[in-house]
Design a protein around this ligand. Structure first.
Ligand code: NAI
Length: 344
């Protein structure tokens, strides 16, 4: 019987996006899965081809499929258009960003890392309430930004993290905050988390909390003391890159943006303009994002097969891209992976 086809939106994105998307599609194909991809654009490519960094057709597609696999999208720093990633998360109310980092290659600076960051994805300092105040002819004399965290938004992200911890049998959840200085903005997140734990989750796992700066240091000194970290938008963005660094870099870190009505899966990394077009990007982060998407679709055996094939390609075949110290390029890595999947 032909496999049932799964409708989903595909956004290859900018920079290395097309290269790692092609590699990921080959892996999904090798698993025997049939997707009905609706190919769309966003970011710089959206602007260049449709005149909009978040074209209406892309939004309409996700509204229909409620599922997207997305490559990295370029965002100009300083001025220019607003991040299409942030807008997508807002548009589809993707309130939780799940970013796991798990060691796949032994012998790195840190062994046996298995950490998860759950980041509140819609609020905080990423809401873009920013402006300059001109003084004495200097249009940028003063810069202002307002962060907003709500009880409801905090609760949704915290509840997602707590439910994830219970479902995955995780032992500890740590709330990361800066409630000693930003007493209201991040205090509300800490207060909501403690309250939710007392009322609904007490005894199911251990809950503790740590201030963001201490957390950043502790992650470098002894990352094994942590398990699941749950935090506000900006801190989560920074910490997830930090934990990616513990497992060998951004090429290995996937992410899922989860909402009630849609989910978008992506790599944590950006468009890597320094290596775009060279065919040397590590496609693993997007492939692991695809594995998270398969879990989300309840295709758990296929997700496990993909993860196992990635691990065997790295550790048995010793085929690795340059960022992992190997000399494979995107295409030779993908070829080796596909043959692992097919011969498993
Ligand atoms: P980046 O993550 O693109 O690159 C940082 C460093 O990591 C670079 O040296 C790059 O070559 C390397 N790298 C990243 N992914 C890699 C991979 N798969 N294989 C091998 N090496 C890899 O961060 P950067 O340069 O700060 O940002 C570039 C653009 O990407 C910006 O426009 C930024 O806004 C955007 N961006 C988009 C994200 C998304 O779409 N989710 C996330 C982060 C940044």
């Amino acid at each position: 019987m032909a496999p049932e086809s799964i409708p989903a939106t595909l956004i290859p994105g900018d920079g290395i996006g097309q290269e790692i998307t092609d590699a990921t599609l080959e892996a999904l194909d090798a698993l025997g899965l049939k997707f009905e991809w609706d190919m769309q654009t966003a970011g710089l490519r959206g602007l260049q081809t449709a005149g909009d960094p978040l074209p209406k057709a892309t939004l309409d597609s996700i509204r229909k499929t409620r599922l997207a696999l997305k490559g990295p999208l370029e965002t100009p720093s300083g001025g220019g258009y607003r991040s299409s990633n942030v807008r997508l998360r807002e548009e589809f109310k993707l309130y939780a960003n799940l970013r796991p980092s798990k060691s796949l290659v032994p012998g790195g600076r840190y062994e046996n890392i298995d950490l998860v960051v759950v980041r509140e994805n819609n609020e905080g300092l990423y809401m873009g309430y920013e402006h300059f105040i001109p003084i004495d002819g200097d249009p940028h004399a003063v810069a202002m930004s307002t962060g907003v965290n709500t009880r409801q938004g905090s609760r949704r992200a915290l509840e997602f993290a707590f439910e994830f911890a219970v479902a995955q049998g995780r032992k500890k959840v740590t709330i990361v905050h800066k409630a000693n200085i930003m007493k209201a903005l991040t205090g509300i997140f800490l207060e909501t988390g403690k309250d939710l734990y007392e009322k609904k989750y007490k005894g199911k796992f251990v809950l503790d909390d740590v201030i963001i700066d201490a957390c950043a240091m502790k992650l470098v000194l002894n990352p094994w003391q942590f398990d699941v970290l749950v935090t506000t938008n900006l801190f989560g963005d920074i910490l997830s890159d930090e934990i990616a660094g513990l497992i060998g870099g951004l090429g290995m870190a996937p992410g899922a943006n989860i909402g009630r009505d849609a989910a978008i899966f992506e790599a944590v990394h950006g468009s890597a303009p320094d290596i775009a077009g060279k065919g040397i990007a590590n496609p693993i982060a997007l492939m692991l994002a695809a594995a998270m998407m398969l879990d989300h679709l309840n295709r758990v055996p296929e997700a496990a097969r993909l993860r196992r094939a990635i691990s065997d390609t790295l550790n048995i075949d010793k085929v690795r891209t340059g960022d992992l110290g190997g000399n494979a390029n995107t295409s030779t890595f993908t070829k080796a992976l596909v043959s692992r999947i097919k011969n498993a």
